[in-house]
Ligand binder design. Structure first.
Ligand code: FAD
Ligand code: MEZ
Length: 567
């Protein structure tokens, strides 16, 4: 047998499909139920696995992950995890992970035919993208009482949001108050503008900061735990919120929003790529053209559309077009961050802003294929080069930290920390689990393992610990040094910059309405999250994206619902 369908052929097509015609929806609801009925649920399959391996059936992915996300019927199976990791899983009938970007207008004749056939169905609001912005929009639109269809092109939901690690920025929040942290929305505005080199749209920044504590309350009301508060680069105070103990913020927030959307009976369709936003002759939005991976092209008529399709950091060709220095760089993003949504929106008349600004995250693990959260530095880690020396203020903005790492020998550096940092942030356990953390019983032992001059690393740690004690970093003026690095064992991870965030995108106003190329709003089109530009200027501050997607996602959903009711 070449694939799973061949292998199951003796059982007949109806052992997987409802009818001989094949799948009846793009979530493959029936087909996945058949897998589960024979092989068990994901947790049941995980239970029977060999212990001590990184289980392919337990993951940080959100929602109920379908078997068919990896196990394909009529083609080679591929491990979705391989988009970022390389665990070397042996899959039955497995093939190699490969993704080629297919432009949204690739199959124009078939698309025109589907449009000519007219709408297959009608709804009030279509939301494109199941990341945090799309899910927040879905929850608020459903709460406003309208019908919603949420379309996601990937087989798994959550986009980049499910990967977010360090935190969500918010000022004047209840968790900050409990921890005695003094912050002001005005300070968050100033930090954000300064970090963005003052080219951000100040009106959007005000919306971001002024609504940030409300967004924390809203998430909390949906069941989120945002009680741990740490520091991210470029922030004057601790305002990055995450779950107690320092677990990754994104998987938690995305799961809470997913559960809330599901509890509100949102019609969520995976494997469903939007390839066109449709408009009438006056330019008013009338719906979308969807490419269902299994059911083909079809039209949904809708009064309003929310574009929440995320950024394009995983599309290196596109990234390099805007910033040639980043050509060939790895990316921290999920595989769907290719920029389709931007194409769909601009083809329907949306104006764009700041596309030339693409951000590299300073600490990506070339060994593990994953981003190492800024929270590790925020909680105390330092960066050293191959000579064992510090070379930068570790909590400066990302553009500066990335440039400093690239200037070191080998164009990478080591993130060095002790056991007290490890204990302060449970996210670190994930890196240990991925076996990308070097450990030494002493500083010398760690340096020997890294092939670094031990005396130099010992000297660096001793002088840094002196700065912690005196409260003044004489070398690089690092403002926040939360703890001494003195508790064995000691740890290090190799890190190098990777493409992380695309600051530019669709131009929006403070109601998340999309601005057209003619400077007027595109009637019925809304956008939120990383697909938009203007909030972060030339350089986004760590923690501001999750704040952005929750706040603007909520606004986009509520405004789209209002527009749909009025039209
Ligand atoms: P996404 O979450 O990326 O969702 C967009 C969705 O739209 C995707 O699922 C995509 O597949 C789908 N889509 C795209 N095109 C189409 C189409 N044509 N049709 C249908 N669906 C489509 N920010 C912080 O503030 N704090 C952090 O700690 C943090 N950590 C991060 C860690 C990592 C590893 C990464 C990659 C990012 C991190 N960020 C963080 C940034 C932040 O996660 C993202 O900017 C944010 O989650 C984007 O949310 P979004 O909803 O706009 O897009
Ligand atoms: O905002 C981010 O991208 C972020 C905080 C990432 C991280 O390092 O955790």
């Amino acid at each position: 047998a070449e694939n799973l369908a061949d292998f199951h052929a003796d059982n007949g097509c109806d052992s997987c499909h409802q009818s001989e015609k094949g799948p009846t929806n793009d979530n493959l609801t029936h087909e996945n139920a058949q897998c589960v009925s024979c092989h068990g649920t994901l947790p049941e399959v995980a239970e029977g696995e060999r212990k001590g391996i990184v289980s392919p059936h337990k993951s940080h992915l959100i929602g109920e992950v379908s078997c068919t996300s990896c196990h394909k019927g009529h083609e080679k199976s591929v491990t979705y995890c391989d988009a970022c990791h390389s665990f070397g899983y042996e899959m039955p009938f497995g093939g190699k992970w490969e993704r080629k970007f297919v432009p949204v207008d690739a199959d124009k004749a078939a698309q025109d035919k589907a449009i000519a056939a007219g709408p297959r169905e009608t709804t009030d609001v279509v939301i494109i993208g199941s990341g945090g912005a799309g899910l927040a929009a879905a929850v608020s639109a459903r709460d406003a009482g309208v019908k919603v269809v949420l379309l996601e092109k990937e087989p798994v939901p959550g986009g980049n949001t499910k990967l977010a690690a360090g935190g969500m920025n918010a000022a004047e929040t209840k968790p900050q108050a409990k921890l005695g942290i003094q912050d002001k929305k005005e300070t968050m505005i100033e930090d954000t503008m300064k970090g963005g080199r003052n080219i951000n749209n100040p009106e959007l920044v005000k919306v971001l900061a002024n609504n940030s504590s409300d967004s924390i309350d809203w998430l909390t009301s949906l069941g989120a735990d945002m009680n741990d508060v740490g520091r991210m680069g470029g922030a004057s105070v601790n305002r990055s919120h995450r779950p107690t103990g320092g677990a990754g913020v994104g998987a938690h927030v995305a799961q809470v929003l997913w559960d809330a959307a599901v509890a509100r009976d949102t019609d969520i369709r995976l494997n469903s790529r939007v390839v066109r936003i449709l408009e009438d002759q006056s330019g008013k939005v009338t719906g979308v053209l969807v490419q269902g991976a299994y059911t083909g092209y079809y039209v949904i008529k809708a009064d309003a559309v929310v574009v929440a399709t995320g950024g394009f950091a995983k599309n290196n060709e596109r990234v390099a077009k805007y910033d040639a220095k980043l050509k060939g760089f790895k990316a921290t993003n999920h595989p769907g961050a290719t920029g389709d949504g931007l194409d769909v929106a601009t083809q329907a008349g949306a104006q764009t802003v700041d596309l030339e600004y693409v951000q590299a995250h300073p600490t990506y693990s070339p060994v593990g294929g994953v981003m190492i959260t800024e929270a590790v530095r925020g909680n105390g880690a330092i960066l050293v080069n191959r000579e064992g020396k510090r070379f930068v203020n570790e909590i400066t903005t990302r553009d500066k930290a990335s440039a400093a790492i690239l200037a070191q020998k080998g164009e990478s550096a080591y993130l060095v920390f002790d056991d007290s940092v490890r204990k302060s942030l449970s996210k670190i356990e994930g890196y240990v689990h991925l076996k990308i953390v070097n450990e030494g019983k002493t500083v010398k032992d760690l340096a020997d393992k890294l092939g670094m001059p031990a005396a130099e690393l010992e000297k660096t740690l001793a002088s840094y610990n002196g700065f912690v004690k005196s409260g003044k970093d004489e070398q690089f003026e690092r403002a926040d040094m939360p703890r001494e690095l003195a508790t064995a064992p000691f740890y290090a991870m190799e890190v190098a910059p990777a493409v992380h965030h695309t600051m530019g995108g669709v131009k929006i106003d403070t109601k998340a309405e999309v601005m057209g190329k003619d400077g007027k709003q595109v009637k019925g089109m809304y956008a939120a999250g990383e697909v938009t530009g203007g909030v972060h200027g030339a350089n986004r501050l760590g923690g501001n994206a999750i704040s952005d997607i929750v706040t603007f996602g909520r606004i986009a959903g509520a405004e789209a619902a209002k527009y749909a009711k009025d039209n």
